[in-house]
Structures are given as C-alpha cells and as structure tokens.
Design a protein around this ligand. Structure first.
Ligand SMILES: O=c1ccn([C@@H]2O[C@H](COP(=O)(O)OP(=O)(O)O[C@H]3O[C@H](CO)[C@@H](O)[C@H](O)[C@H]3O)[C@@H](O)[C@H]2O)c(=O)[nH]1
Length: 481
C-alpha cells in the first residue's frame, strides 16, 4: 500500500528576521522528526532581501526535506499617506490567492498536518481552515510580546483613545512589566492607521489557533510564559486557551547566515583582540540612524576608550520622517556619515563595518564582551545564547517590550536613556552605559546572569530540555490527528 506523505507548510511574513527563525523551526522539526516533508512559502515583492536566493540554496542543499516555494511577484505601491505596516499587511493579503492554490496543490498528494503561520500572515488562516488544515502560529518574538498582543483586544475594548495619545498612561499585560502606552508596538499606536485594525484582527485570532509556538524557552521568561500558558492573556478563551509551545531559542545558524563583503575582516580583526574586550554595536537588519545620531554614538565610543566593532547602515534622512523603511539598501561611504577623522583616530581599537556583520559568529567570538542592540528578538536570543551582556537601545516595532524583558525580567541588559518623542540618545549616555556594562560592578552582575542564561538556553534544547519536550508534545499532537 502506498504510504501517505505527511506535510507541514510554513508561511513566514516577509523580512529576513521572520524568515530565518521560521527556517530554523523547520530544521528543528526535521532534526527530531524525520517523517515530515516541509514546504516554506515565501512572498516576493516587499521587504525582499538581496541574499534570499543564496540563503534558500544553502538550506535546500543542507536540508533536502525542506522545500521552498516562492510566490510570483506581487506589486503594491507604498504611499506616504499610509504607514509601512499598512502597506506590508496589504501586500501579505494580496498573496492570499497564491496561498490558496499552493495549499490546494499540496493537499492533493499529502496530508497537511499543520499550517504554521506568522502573526502577520493571519489572512491565510481562513484559507487553510476551509481545507480543514489545522493552523498554528509561530510567534517570532518572545512570550512577553505574545501576552501583550493576546491581551490587546481587551485593552482595545476598554478605551476609544489611540495609544499614541495616552501620554503618561501605562499598559500592563499579564506577565509583562508596565509599558508606557506611547511605546506600544508601532502598528497599534494609532487608530487612524489601517494597520491598527489589521493588528486587532490578527491578535483576536491568536486564541483561535490550534496552538501557538513561541521562539523562547520557559526558563528565560518565567512570568510571561506562565501568563501565556495559563491563559491569563487570552481573556476571551478562559478557561481553555490555545496550547502554547515554547520551543526556542531558535537562532540563525552561523554557517548559513548571510555572507557580506568584509565578514572575514570582522572575524580576523576580532581574533586579534583580548578576551571580552570588544563592544559590538549592531541594530538588526533594518536599524538605521540619522547622521546626527551616528555622530553622538561615535563621540560616545571615542570617549569610552573601549574597543568596539560597529555596524553602520546607510543613514535615514530625517526630512522623510518616520515613514521611511529603516536600513534602506544602497551604497554609501562610511567616511561621509561619521564625524571627520573618527575612523582614523580610533583605528587602533575600533572597526566600523558598513551595513552587515556575521552577527552570530561575532557574538560567539571570545573577544566580544558587550552587545549594544536594538532589541530585535532574534538579536536578543543570539545575545542570550552567546552569554553576552547587552545594552538595550530599542528603535521600532515591539522592541520597547523586549527592552523591558531584557532589563527587568532577564536582567541581562542595561537600557540607554532615550529622549522622549524621537528616541535620540546623547553621546554622554552612550559613554555612560558602555562604561557601566564593561567596567562596573553592575556590569559584572549582568555578565554573570548572561552566562547563566547561556547554559539554560543550551539545556532547554538538550535531550531532556524544556523546549525539546515542548516540540515532542507538539509533534505528538500532529501525529495523533
Ligand atoms: O549586521 C547584521 C545585522 C543583522 N544580522 C542578523 O539579522 C537578524 C536580525 O533579526 P532581529 O534582531 O530580530 O531584528 P530585525 O531584523 O529588526 O527583526 C524584526 O523581526 C523581529 C522578530 O519578529 C522583531 O523582534 C524585530 O523587532 C523586527 O524588527 C539576526 O539574526 C542578526 O543576527 C546580522 O547577521 N548582521
């Protein structure tokens, strides 16, 4: 008798940070449970990363049971009249027809045990449900953020005011530290923004999934994990919230990360530095600053006297306001965006690289002693896995929530003080926080805590670890259905 193929289909949202962690999830599933074939659906036309093709090729070669399916290009136009998030959500929705036809096609030859979607791809949920395919979310940020988003519909129902206008108000979601309302994740700040209503729709659907996988581990976010597991953050679903599976930390494989020109230089420069002496500054795949902010960072770095490795992206143009894409690709000269003579004056102790560094390898390098991060969740996990203490400098998205988790719960970071309104950080503050992390007693405590979490992260993914157990429970559910 012919054996039926059991398939899992995954649908990450555009953006390399989301794609990489979904791919790591696929690799983890295959590693422990070889009986599945996995198809990963990828959109084309928005937030595309130039290196995506070579990344896909590397994964397809190393993991033949993972297949990628690229949708044809969908074109949406972004206008200054709407936010980037609204355009992105519109783009994802415009791919629904592609999702429909691919699920239909796979279903003809296989039983799809699970369709795993990113939160921002909630528009695909209904399509899968029509085919009777069980839908799971893969939440690429942490449990604290999952709790806040699951709780968001309740907060929404209790007020008619936009968060951005709630100056002085604090939002408290189960398992979360209090968060100033104006620092809520960007897409939910403003009720006038269509993205707000999309987010509300996404968050209302979280509790209707068959389960939610989270890229975290139980020991990392104790209070938040409890809130999502016991359902406190799913007010509408009490007493039976969707099962939550903390299966992380899933981070990019150093060998398969994007290779940028100059990667080798970075690592060989680090080889020459003393143990834990270097402060690494990097703000994710899209974190850019104005030239004025770059100048402050440079001045702060210069004054600390510490060694540093700093990844600088093409600066944002202030006159374009908040609505432009961070990290807009394109060539630029480092010398033209940094203070005059900075590179020359610091060349004995600092390295500035343009646009990209092999972050996972950098963080695991013995000479790195601190990480100034924008608090993107992948970066946070990469810092945790490497046991590197951090300086939290949130920029956009849900990064202020992550900052709270890092500083107040995990205690693996100090936070920079940011100017209200635009988040600007002075050179003095940069200097102060680097000194605090690298040479104070508090810095030593944070380092010790980071090293503890490094061990816990490894254990969570070990044979008897909490994340391994969670994954096997999940797979058992799939197999029993
Ligand atoms: O020079 C660089 C810059 C980035 N990276 C890698 O790129 C990824 C960046 O991911 P992340 O730290 O999560 O930042 P973003 O790309 O900004 O991620 C988006 O997606 C995350 C997961 O949902 C959210 O937590 C963030 O707020 C959101 O901005 C990480 O794997 C980094 O190692 C490099 O290797 N080199």
């Amino acid at each position: 008798m012919e054996e039926t193929t059991t398939a899992i289909v995954m649908y990450p949202s555009p953006g390399i940070g989301h794609i990489i962690s979904m791919v790591e999830l696929a690799k983890l599933v295959i590693h422990h449970h070889q009986n599945f074939s996995i198809t990963i659906l990828l959109t084309t036309g928005f937030f595309d990363n130039p290196s995506i093709d070579s990344y896909i090729n590397r994964i397809s070669t190393s993991h033949p049971s993972i297949t990628f399916h690229r949708f044809p290009t969908v074109t949406v136009t972004h206008s200054d009249k709407q936010t980037m998030a609204a355009t992105a959500f519109h783009f994802i929705k415009s791919n629904s027809v592609n999702v429909d036809s691919k699920l239909r096609q796979i279903s003809q030859t296989a039983v799809i045990k699970s369709f795993i979607i990113d939160l921002f791809c909630t528009s695909a949920m209904e399509i899968a449900s029509q085919f009777g395919i069980p839908v799971y979310y893969f939440f690429t940020s942490g449990a604290a953020m999952l709790s806040l988003y699951s709780y968001f519909p309740k907060i929404h129902a209790e007020t008619t005011v936009s968060f951005r206008d709630m100056v002085g108000v604090e939002i408290v979601a189960p398992g979360n530290a209090a968060l100033s309302a104006v620092l809520m994740p960007e897409p939910v700040l403003d009720r006038e923004d269509p993205a707000y209503w999309e987010m509300l729709y996404f968050c209302e659907h979280l509790s209707t999934a068959k389960g939610v996988l989270v890229n975290t581990f139980r020991e990392l976010e104790v209070a938040a994990v409890k809130a999502v597991e016991d359902g406190a953050c799913f007010p509408d679903r009490e007493p039976s919230p969707p099962p939550v599976f903390c299966i992380g930390p899933l981070i990019a494989d150093a060998q398969q990360q994007e290779e940028a020109t100059g990667s080798e230089d970075c690592l060989s420069w680090l080889d020459k530095q003393p143990s834990r002496s270097v402060v690494y500054l990097c703000f994710g795949s899209r974190g850019s600053f104005s030239v004025a902010q770059l100048k402050e960072i440079a001045e702060g770095l210069e004054r600390t006297g510490h060694k540093f490795l700093w990844v600088v992206k093409r600066p944002i143009q202030e006159h374009l306001g908040k609505n432009q894409v961070h990290g807009t690709a394109g060539e630029f000269e480092l010398g033209s965006v940094l203070p005059s003579g900075f590179i020359e004056r610091t060349k004995e102790r600092g390295l500035v690289v343009r646009s990209w560094a092999p972050q996972v390898e950098v963080l695991s390098h013995e000479s790195v002693g601190g990480f100034v991060s924008h608090c993107g969740w992948n970066s946070v996990l990469e810092g945790v896995v490497a046991g590197v203490p951090m300086i939290a400098w949130p920029l956009y998205a849900e990064q202020h929530v992550n900052r709270n988790v890092m500083v107040e719960d995990m205690k693996v970071a100090v936070a920079v003080e940011q100017r209200e309104g635009n988040g600007f950080v002075s050179g003095e503050e940069v200097e102060k926080k680097i000194r605090e992390l690298m040479q104070s007693e508090r810095g030593t405590e944070i380092r010790e805590m980071s090293l503890k979490f490094k061990d816990m992260a490894r254990d969570a993914l070990g044979e008897f670890g909490s994340s391994t157990k969670a994954l096997s429970n999940l797979v058992q559910t799939w197999n029993n259905n």
